[in-house]
Design a binder for this molecule. Sequence first.
Ligand code: TXE
Length: 480
Amino acid sequence: MEEILNFIGGKFTPCSSGQSIDNLAPATGEVYSKIPRSDATDVDIAVAAAESAQPAWSALSRNERSAWLVRIAEALETRSEEIAVAESRDTGKPISLARAVDSTRSVNNFRFFAKMLGERQQETYAMSDATNHVVDKPIGVVGLITPWNLPLYLLSWKIAPALAMGNTVVAKPSELTPMTAHLLCEILADIGLPAGVVNVVHGYGGECGAAIVAHPKVGAISFTGGTATGRVVAASAAPMFKKLSLELGGKNATIILEDADLDLAVAGAARAAFMNQGQVCLCGSRIFIADSIRPEFTRRFVEQVEKMVVGDPSFEDTEFGSLVSHEHRDKVESYIELALREGGTILSGGARPELSARLDSGAFLLPTIIDGLAQDSRCASEEIFGPVVTLHGFSSDAEVIGFANSTEYGLAGSVWTTDLGRGRAMAESIDSGMVWVNCWLHRDLRVPFGGTKNSGVGREGGQRSLAFYSEAMNICILDD
Ligand code: TXE
């Protein structure tokens, strides 16, 4: 049984309460590590460590900070396979996905922001008699709170730009998936990142996370997680006028127009619905299909989904693993029961798979396709965040745009058509932060990432992240 510790001021430290939280592998149900149950006392110590490290860190030149980010990327890369194995075990996701997405992207995030920092332009605006110089200043100590679906990928997406801009960090990973954050801390200790620049405290959201958000010395909060939690975070941070970036839930539409290339659309819609067992905020959990092609699309979509290899996440050929926890599976199953009460028909899945005895206590659930629900039913409009997709028909562009915009969320979406002009026009009519045409989750890290409505506040990505993790100051100098 591995027992991990907080990482504060460059040292691995137990929490002050001495209490721990069990961490289990959701695919087997086995408790395999313990994490500290930190509270406000530990957060105070971590913030003090971050505060005392901040002046020296921000005094480094941009090139020096950039070099540190590259050093972190290189050290992470040497442990890529270990990261993928840890992420797969902690989350239940297939090892192939953990390699392709989690470990690769975590390394890339550090390299990417090292490069972005080098490319950041200093703004100057000349007047007839004076010149304005816009200066980026660090915020100071920033608080980073991350979820369980893409643990190190999302943590590195926040840590890298925060450090680039001269801030120091207090981070709290999800209590469900703490292991890769710990691995990152080991790497930071190994490469000798100055003590206190990155501090990681483990624990429950309501205790440890809430204490970070409420701490008066933490000047900005970047949070990725559920919309309900985001509301609590915003209510606590707003009265202190903290900078806030909230990346919350989604109920994203996948729109299949009648002229879509069906090979591309079927494969794309299946990937969008079920990647990471449907536990990605960008997942396309509602598929709208033009009435004229609905029978054919539906038949081919069901066939495609039923080909997915469901099973042990540690096996190379597994495409669909376990959900993150038994509690989360209970929630997803309750939505399947609700769908039946709401008049839906299960076309595929809807049950737990039969797997080997080793996985008997795992949190598995088959990819589930539900037809026949009204598009405004609860199941088709509330975020489930699991392997459940609902299918709906539509008869015109105007109708499907109305459907796509009918939920409280506005994060992402995709449109599938061979008429790129029509696809582009439809994308612009969708009230969300991102829309893909004929692809999904095709990511360029320079573009804005974030949502509208109840999907969050603010945008991260590329230069926008660097702007978020800094205070822009203007200095106006009257000419001689
Ligand atoms: O997320 P939480 P949960 C959605 C998805 C899911 C639901 C709940 O619908 O079913 O959220 O998931 C920390 N102050 N998403 O409960 O609670 C918590 O410890 C400060 C969407 O796992 O939002 C964890 O580190 N922090 C999503 C982080 O917040 C608090 C990804 C996220 O946990 C806190 C995950 C508090 N009061 C879930 N309470 C996405 N957008 O990708 C909790 N936390």
